[in-house]
Write a protein that binds this ligand. Structure first.
Ligand SMILES: Nc1ncnc2c1ncn2[C@@H]1O[C@H](COP(=O)(O)OP(=O)(O)O)[C@@H](O)[C@H]1O
Ligand SMILES: [Mg+2]
Length: 348
């Protein structure tokens, strides 16, 4: 098949694109700015990130997949089209596009995404399951009859999967992940310190001093916000223990999700997981001490993948290379004709 082979990790927080022969070529926020009146997409990606919480009333900033659900197909279409064009330019051959989405997106929505990718410039398009891509990207050998557990902690969802012989035996998704941790920090600071802070500030606090258990050495940073009572701008110091107290409940929810999947896992595979440990992927796994937290809750060793944010995109790169992995798992590229037929067969 001529033309570029590209893999798009359509995450709730970021879009990462892998191009065969080149590697990861793009990492942008999955966020768009819309004109409120016309609904037109004005800007996309990283350029919109800093507008969060700073946009005028005439602009609406949206994350079309915020909680692992597609809230706005028009925006997704604009995004996919924009990124395909950015990467392929004016090439004559249309690219083969592989797409990964959070497991919580429904089958119907995923089919709609395939259609949309073809309308947006893909010659053919294929969907792959995120946990499989994440496991491959982390360097796991997934083909063996051996149960492995992968926990992907993204922005909107945590996806827990047990993989064996190249397929998913169990998959579960919960809507408590990175965004929920930010919201918990915002709520805590409002309640305990009477200060309102923005989403970007909460994200910054989490990345710089956030921790999933109480650190021995306390860290602190200055944070800008607005006094909840006087409504005047203010600056306070926040320390890492506060982030722990703020996020504690949500972190326990994440651990419970993992726990429930372990409970459902048949004994042979549970034994495999006990021996080999749990693998963490996704940006959320970079939170300080999250591996320790999950390990304490489950009694199982937990390791963070080497490049957790890029695992899914790197895994798609491997899938392109080993096309057999794809055909073994019934993944195949769909073209405009297939999709047209699918739509006709269902009177869509
Ligand atoms: N150093 C860090 N510490 C804590 N959380 C982080 C860090 N880096 C990224 N994150 C979180 O990771 C999440 C995004 O992860 P990502 O895998 O890119 O998500 P998605 O696949 O849903 O787009 C965000 O919620 C972000 O806050
Ligand atoms: Mg992801």
């Amino acid at each position: 098949m001529p033309g570029l082979h590209i893999g798009i990790d359509l995450g709730t927080t970021s879009i990462i694109i892998f191009v065969e022969g080149k590697g990861i070529v793009l990492h942008e926020s999955s966020i768009a700015a819309l004109d409120v009146k016309s609904g037109q997409v004005l800007a996309l990606g990283n350029s919109v990130y800093d507008m969060l919480g700073r946009n005028p009333d005439s602009l609406r900033v949206v994350r079309p997949m915020r909680d692992g659900v597609i809230s706005d197909f028009t925006v997704i279409h604009a995004m996919v089209e924009y990124f395909i064009r950015k990467i392929c330019g004016n090439r004559i051959f249309k690219p083969s596009v592989m797409i990964c989405m959070p497991a919580s997106v429904t089958g119907l929505e995923k089919n709609a995404i395939l259609e949309l990718a073809i309308a947006a410039g893909a010659g053919r398009a294929c969907l792959v399951e995120e946990p499989l891509a994440a496991a491959l990207g982390a360097g796991m050998n997934i083909a063996q009859p051996n149960g492995r557990m992968v926990v992907d902690i993204g922005g909107g969802t945590v996806d827990v999967a047990v993989i064996t012989m190249g397929t998913m035996a169990i998959a579960r998704s919960a809507k408590v992940a990175g965004n929920a941790l930010n919201e918990a920090i915002q709520r805590y600071i409002r309640r305990e310190r009477n200060v309102l802070i923005g989403e970007l500030t909460a994200e910054d606090v989490k990345r710089r001093i956030g921790c999933a258990y109480q650190r021995r050495a306390e860290l602190a940073i200055g944070v800008r916000g607005q006094n909840y009572i006087s409504r005047l701008p203010t600056r306070i110091e926040v320390n890492s223990s506060e982030t722990f107290f703020a996020m504690r409940e949500r972190l326990n929810d994440i651990a419970d999700t993992v726990h429930r999947v372990l409970e459902q896992t048949p004994p042979e595979m549970a034994g495999d997981i006990y021996d080999q440990g749990i693998l963490l992927t996704g940006g959320g796994s970079l939170l300080h001490g999250l591996d320790v937290h999950l390990s304490r809750h489950t009694g199982i060793r937990v390791a963070v993948a080497p490049d957790p944010v890029n695992c899914v995109a790197l895994g798609m790169g491997k899938m392109m290379k080993y096309a057999k992995v794809l055909s073994d798992n019934n993944y195949y590229y769909r073209t405009d004709d297939d999709i047209g037929e699918y739509a006709r067969s269902r009177n869509l």
